[in-house]
Design a protein around this ligand. Structure first.
Ligand SMILES: [Zn+2]
Length: 178
């Protein structure tokens, strides 16, 4: 594998990882073959990107289809595995980042957050549909549209976590650590 290919791709990508767009230090940069050489992929610029070493190792010789699935599974919040650590604070102040990522989480993650929050509240849980609405809204820094909050509550009902009787709400929360 030629160093010049790496340098060329680094230049074309503005020195950023192709996938997570974090600045790449020379020690972290590695050439990822989109179609793996093991699967017949070539060494041309068209088939190569520069990305973080840890991601390159993770993708290994997955098929292009599997790689695309891995990328789509991140739902637009792609972070290479090595970015889970202390690197995070470099890209954005922690508070604003948390606020943004909370509201852009997947439905499953949002439901998990809501259930965790309700558990924490113990007996101080919202007793009416209205207060449940505002509790969920506050949990997501008031960034969720009302329609989405209603849809989340419907899903909680469908899962049997929340039962709505008129304007009153009761809960059947899964036990801790279940
Ligand atoms: Zn990366």
């Amino acid at each position: 594998m030629s160093t010049r290919l790496l340098e060329r791709l680094m230049f074309a990508q503005g020195g950023l990882c192709f996938f997570c767009r974090a600045p790449l230090s020379p020690g972290e940069a590695s050439v990822e073959h989109l179609v793996a050489t093991a699967n017949g992929g070539n060494n041309h610029d068209d088939n190569c990107v520069v990305c973080c070493k840890t991601l390159n190792a993770l993708l290994g010789s997955m098929s292009l289809k599997e790689k695309i699935r891995v990328i789509l599974n991140q739902r637009g919040e792609f972070e290479c595995p090595n970015r889970k650590g202390p690197h995070k604070s470099i890209t954005a102040p922690a508070a604003s980042r948390a606020a943004v990522s909370h509201a852009s989480k997947s439905v499953t993650e949002k439901l998990a957050l809501i259930v965790a929050d309700l558990k924490k509240r113990g007996t101080a849980r919202p007793r009416t549909v209205k207060t449940l609405n505002s509790t969920i809204s506050a949990l997501f820094q008031k960034q969720l549209p009302e329609a989405e909050i209603s849809s989340l509550i419907e899903k909680l009902c469908a899962r049997g976590v929340v039962t709505i009787n008129g304007t009153k709400v009761s809960y059947e929360l899964p036990p801790r650590n279940a």
